[in-house]
Design a protein around this ligand. Structure first.
Ligand SMILES: C[S@@+](CC[C@H](N)C(=O)[O-])C[C@H]1O[C@@H](n2cnc3c(N)ncnc32)[C@H](O)[C@@H]1O
Length: 211
């Protein structure tokens, strides 16, 4: 399998290490913005020996939507509406070529997806790579309620000056969701869902002054 064109070597290593660390948890793996499926096959290869764990891929396959004001950047003139068109058959072909189980592929704009019927009930790992503010915000809203304790949401382009909407969507999400915490690795935002025991130990810790 070749290095994906859309993400760097170090980002790929970080993503696969994170996925490996959580893939014993219950829940499936999702990628929002799969494009031509180059990262998708690496995700699938990482979970190939996990029983009953499926990969779900989402993309318009019509390329990027229009930018919003939050996405404007002097560094980002290349990211125009319709750029990065792809084809779901090309993605399926890559999976067959590498003898990987066929993923669930949903061709849609993210804001047209139904949270119940179009997403798995539980998610242990999500890669969000929709580039723009609205795409990241929508995909965060769809996946967050499904992430199991200890699971991870990885958001691409958090430190990419050409795509400032990614960091804005992540930072707004974190401000509204204290049950998630942020790490930054190789420019990726890694958003961890805290475990209930961590929450209990913070809120219910005995007051040492009373003992
Ligand atoms: C940078 S590419 C993804 C690259 C891919 N993750 C990889 O590693 O090769 C971004 C993709 O997100 C898709 N996309 C962005 N916003 C979207 C939206 N709101 N709904 C559906 N697809 C979207 C685009 O069609 C494009 O294929």
């Amino acid at each position: 399998m070749s290095q994906p064109a859309q993400i760097s070597d170090s980002e790929t290593r970080a993503l696969l290490a994170e996925l490996t660390a959580v893939c014993q948890l219950e829940g499936d793996v999702v990628e929002f913005g799969c494009y031509a499926g180059d990262t998708s096959v690496l995700l699938a290869d990482t979970i190939r020996h996990q029983p009953d764990k499926w990969l779900w891929l989402y993309d318009s396959f019509a390329g990027l939507p229009a930018k919003g004001v939050a996405d404007w950047s002097p560094h980002g003139r290349d990211f125009q509406a319709g750029a990065l068109r792809a084809n779901s058959d090309t993605v399926r072909h890559k999976f067959r070529k590498h003898h990987l189980p066929e993923p669930v592929i949903k061709q849609a704009w993210f804001d047209e997806l139904d949270p119940t019927s179009d997403l798995p009930a539980k998610i242990c790992f999500a890669l969000l790579d929709g580039d723009f503010y609205a795409s990241i915000r929508t995909s965060l809203a769809l996946v967050a309620p499904k992430v199991v304790e200890g699971g991870v949401i990885a958001v691409h382009d958090y430190r990419n000056p050409a795509l400032p909407g990614s960091a804005k969507a992540v930072n707004e999400f974190l401000a509204q969701h204290p049950e998630f915490t942020l790490r930054i690795v190789s420019g990726l935002a890694l958003i961890d869902k805290k475990s209930a025991s961590a929450k209990i130990s913070l809120t219910d810790a005995p007051d040492s002054t009373n003992s």
